[in-house]
Design a protein. Sequence first.
Length: 87
Amino acid sequence: MKNLSIFLIAELLVCGCGRNELSREEALALIKKEKGYPHVYGHEIFCGDPDHVTKLYSEDLDQKGWVIIHKTLKLGEIGSKPIIEFT
C-alpha cells in the first residue's frame, strides 16, 4: 500500500509538470486575438504633389526600390504622367 501511494504521488508530480511552451502558431493566434494585429495603416500620397516627392526622396524610398521618382518631366507630361510610381 505504501509503494502504491508513493507511485501515485510520483506519477502526479510527473504528469502535473507538463511543458508550458507555446508553438509558433498558438503564439501568433494569441497575439492576433489579444492585440488585434496586424494593424492596417493608411496614408494618402498624391503622385503629382512636389511636397510628397520631397518627403519620399528624403526617406530614400527610391533607393530602396519601393517607389520610382521621375526627377525630370517635360512640360507636357506634368499633368498627365505622375511624378511618383509605386513598384
